[in-house]
Design a protein around this ligand. Structure first.
Ligand SMILES: Cc1ncc(COP(=O)(O)O)c(C=O)c1O
Length: 424
């Protein structure tokens, strides 16, 4: 009898000692990776169009990031920023304050995960405004902690059975033009979905009770939904009128993913606070809240922080990421990658009935699959089958969308032409 492969052995162990809660998309175990390629324990080579869910814009194990991590690991792993400070925290904070939209004094706070950054942004907004409520959107994803799970829209699998949820979270429809929640069509609708915020303040939560509106510029997990140009400027102006803070969750869309450093730049909107994580430190756990200094400074000393937030190794990795982005012109590479993908996806849409919509910004691009273009019945099983078909042939692709019928691209921006061609 044939002896089991390393993958088969590890799968048995995985079943035994890891709960089923943390879902696995591809049943392979990866040993090493470089750029846009990953190699598994049985010697399989795969092209990675997922980038660990948008974490690897500079690619797996970029030599400059590896060198920075090794150098810092030799010097200092941890002191806890609250106990003893270190320079990489400040250097990175300074750089992020310069890179996020807005020409005003800013400050940056570091944490470990995207969810923690969102939690901190909400804490800061509540403290600054002295108001409790937070407005979020349908299709949004903000994390898996109690507050961020509450802020997240999709019930299965993120919320089912995990209630009761955190109070004072209010949800508005989003500008999902392909499936307009108001049954309208752009541009004839005149972005009524953005005007609706005024009505929302009357029917759902008073503006005077609302600390912040937290929104993803391009909705990530919820299906790469990309609002029209008027949407965010309108929302921002209503927020300003009522003293509600505008927080952009750029955890998936930031760090060059859309061809600009931060996706809100496409709408020329300057948020009060931005949350950043994922591609910030190329796989090292690090997230940030960057915002107006006056707002960031509101909470009292000791009110924010944590043991590991802004760990020196993660900060050095992030500084290396920023160097790589500049040296290798990754924003312009992302733009041209986005154009290439869009052209290919549009041609597929003309050819394949199952593709109902092609959308996104830059290489943060997606295909929404439908059973029928008229009824727009979501083709979730087909999306699942496509993901499986691809990984069995050496391409890692992931889906998203509240119906699970959207295929998204989050490949490293450093992907070579040859790898891209092969993957497509
Ligand atoms: C927009 C957005 N916000 C927050 C999060 C949560 O980040 P993390 O998984 O690091 O907690 C994610 C993760 O996918 C995200 O896409």
């Amino acid at each position: 009898m044939k002896s089991p492969s390393k993958t088969e052995q590890l799968l048995v162990l995985r079943e035994q000692i890891v709960p089923r809660g943390p879902y696995n998309i591809v049943p392979y175990f990866i040993e090493s990776a470089r750029g846009a390629l990953v190699y598994d324990v049985d010697g399989r080579e795969l092209i990675d169009f997922s980038g660990g869910i948008g974490v690897l814009n500079v690619g797996h194990c970029h030599p400059k990031v590896v060198a920075a991590i090794k150098d810092q690991a030799d010097k200092l792993h941890h002191t806890c920023f609250h106990v003893l400070m270190y320079e990489p925290y400040l250097t990175l904070a300074q750089k992020l304050c310069g890179l996020t939209p807005g020409d005003f004094p800013k400050a940056a706070l570091f944490a470990n995960s995207g969810a923690e950054a969102v939690e901190n942004a909400v804490k800061i907004a509540r403290y600054y405004t002295k108001r409790p409520a937070v407005i979020v959107f349908e299709n949004s994803f903000h994390g898996r902690t109690l507050l961020t799970m509450t802020m997240t829209s999709k019930t299965h699998p993120y919320k089912l059975g995990f209630g009761p949820f955190a109070p004072e979270i209010y949800r508005m429809p989003y500008a999902y033009c392909y499936r307009c929640p108001f049954g309208l069509t752009y541009p004839a609708c005149d972005t009524a979905c953005a005007d609706y915020l005024e009505e929302f303040f009357i029917n759902h939560v008073a503006a005077e009770n609302t600390a912040a509106l937290v929104v993803e510029p391009v909705i990530g997990e919820g299906g790469f939904i990309t609002p029209p140009p008027e949407y965010f400027p309108k929302l921002l102006s209503t927020c300003r009128e009522h003293g509600v803070l505008f927080v952009a969750d750029e955890i998936q869309s930031g760090m060059g993913r859309t061809g600009k450093m931060f996706a809100m730049e496409h709408w020329q909107v300057v948020p009060d606070m931005v949350t950043v994580a994922k591609s910030l430190a190329a796989g090292m756990p690090l997230s940030a809240v960057v915002g107006k200094k006056e707002i960031m400074d509101a909470p009292h000393a000791g009110g924010l922080g944590g043991t590991y937030g802004g760990n020196p190794i993660s900060c050095r990795a992030a500084l290396a990421v920023l160097d790589v982005m500049a040296e290798e012109h990754l924003l312009s590479r992302a733009k041209s990658l986005g154009l290439k993908l869009k052209e290919r996806f549009d041609s597929w849409k003309r050819k394949y009935e199952v593709i109902g919509d092609v959308r996104g910004k830059g290489p943060m691009l997606a295909l929404e699959l439908v059973r029928d273009r008229e009824s727009k019945e979501p083709a979730a099983d087909e999306a699942k089958a496509l993901v499986k078909f691809c990984y069995e042939r050496g391409l890692v692709l992931i889906s998203c969308g509240n119906f699970g019928n959207v295929i998204r691209t989050l490949m490293p921006v450093v992907i070579t032409e040859e790898q891209l061609e092969k993957g497509q």
